[in-house]
Design a protein around this ligand. Structure first.
Ligand code: GAP
Length: 456
């Protein structure tokens, strides 16, 4: 599937629409439509289930988007959460300068960490042209803060300046003490959070891949210094297993270890899980071993004691942190790209089908009366029953073959058909999306049948 095909598919079926569309849109902002909202919700549910709920030592947090601005001073975001930018003086196109260099060098240069002067020198010596107007007339490279600034309260002055969080992680660090005390948590333990994050990206793009407003799923796992390597390796495997258990094909994944010389001084390692997007392998999930850097910084700036007292050894220390962090939108794209197929059938026909894991499918079941005027009421009874437990859709338009195709295309794993047989025997036909085979199931057994097939 190309990126254009994905965008068109997502709009056609109501997964994702351009944001603010009737006003001409807003650069790379997107609405999640009826199916997209369900898919996104199911991705988050799957993550919470496997990263928090099924773990004996992990708990949740839901912290605010706007935090005390001192948080961003302590974390270093105010001083250094920047990207280099250049502007075209001819057409006013703005580019992320490091990405421009990387593109101009056909990927032979890794510009991450290049100084502004080195970027300027490369652009001049290699006559890098503006990708929009083709001219070669750039400003010098300058740093550009990715932080979204706004103000809080009735008076707009420097003391009221606040920021939309660029990651959810800092909310976890600053609540660390409250959580470990009230949850009576013992190291090692983790705090998981899902929420919106905002980055004023210079060049958002590639659909949901790089946007200015997105959701993150972040786990901060606190462990005893000296054990971090174990948990770092463990989370790498756990994240890959999570993706595979939800159907992501092995060949669509790769691991990339950040070179040691490029890591921040406090970091003990960062590995990205890359997914094969239409433009090639690119970052899906980042797993970082961050030592005690963040808690230390917040202890220094807040003057609060953030040490942990080990009840067994009576030793006090600041825990080390291992952090797997992923964007919901990147997972969303990966699951669609990985599951979509334009399948050639034996009959010579083709069908669009989304082989998405049933746990993630927007609708688990479609309820379809074979003939509207004969089977509507019975089908409504079945819909009322199954929708108590599963996201279900009712469809009685068009002939049955077309309705099956529509459900295949949006990934509904089961279609339940109500026909004359059902009226006489109370038995429905359940069609499987992937095999297209049919089972006969009694209505009173239907929820049990579906539950057993939807387990994750
Ligand atoms: N707390 C660590 C952190 O935020 P990051 O690598 O900057 O690390 C983590 O972001 C993940 O968030 C990325 O791997 C990606 O999945 C997602 N992400 C980051 N920036 C994004 C953006 N502009 N649009 C969509 N997703 C983004």
């Amino acid at each position: 599937m190309t990126l254009e095909e994905l965008v068109s598919y997502a709009k056609r079926y109501g997964f994702v629409y351009p944001g603010s569309e009737i006003y001409g849109g807003l650069a790379n902002s997107w609405d999640l439509g009826p199916l997209g909202a369900l898919l996104s919700d199911n991705i988050k549910k799957a993550w919470f289930k496997k990263f928090v709920d099924e773990k004996v030592n992990c708990v949740r947090l839901d912290s605010p988007i706007i935090l005390n601005s001192r948080v961003w001073e302590a974390s270093g975001h105010l001083s250094s959460f920047n990207d280099p930018k250049v502007d075209c003086l001819e057409c006013h196109n703005r580019e992320r300068a490091d990405k421009l260099v990387e593109k101009a060098s056909n990927g032979t240069i890794d510009a991450d960490g290049m100084s502004l002067a080195e970027i300027d020198q490369y652009i001049k010596e290699n006559h890098v042209k503006c990708p929009v107007c083709g001219k070669e007339n750039w400003t010098n490279a300058r740093t550009f803060s990715l932080m979204f600034k706004t103000s809080q309260g009735v008076v707009e002055d420097s003391s009221s300046a606040v920021y939309l969080r660029p990651e959810t992680a800092q909310g976890i660090y600053i609540a660390f003490k409250n959580v470990y005390r009230t949850a009576r948590a013992k190291v090692p333990f983790g705090i998981g959070q899902c929420g919106k994050a905002f980055r004023n990206e210079i060049t958002p793009g590639d659909f949901l891949f790089r946007v200015r407003e997105f959701e993150q799923l972040e786990m901060e796992f606190f462990c005893k210094p000296g054990t971090e390597e174990f948990y770092f390796e463990d989370y790498k495997k756990y994240c890959v297993e999570f993706l595979k258990s939800l159907g992501i094909k092995e060949e669509n994944l790769k691991l990339y270890d950040h070179p040691k010389e490029k890591l921040a001084f406090y970091s003990k390692g960062t590995t990205d899980i890359l997914f094969k997007y239409p433009w090639g392998y690119d970052e899906l999930w980042g797993i970082a071993s961050r030592t005690d850097y963040d808690l230390n910084k917040h202890q220094e700036y807040s003057k609060e004691d953030l040490t942990y007292l080990d009840p067994e050894t009576n030793q006090k220390y600041i825990p080390y942190v291992v952090e797997p962090s992923v964007g919901v939108g990147r997972l969303f794209m990966a699951f669609l790209l990985n599951s979509y197929e334009n399948e050639q059938l034996e009959s010579g026909d083709t069908r669009e089908v989304l082989h998405i894991h049933p746990y993630l499918a927007p609708y688990k079941v479609a309820v379809l009366p074979l003939i509207k005027k004969l089977h509507h009421d019975k089908a409504m009874e079945v819909f009322s029953e199954v929708s108590k437990e599963f996201n279900a859709v009712f469809d009685e338009t068009q002939q049955i073959g077309k309705r099956y195709r529509r459900q295949d295309a949006i990934g509904t794993p089961f279609c339940v058909t109500i026909d004359d047989d059902t009226m006489n025997t109370g038995i429905v036909t359940v069609r499987n999306r992937d095999t297209m085979l049919q089972d006969k199931v009694e209505i009173k057994e239907l929820r049990n049948y579906l539950r057993s097939k939807l387990e994750f």
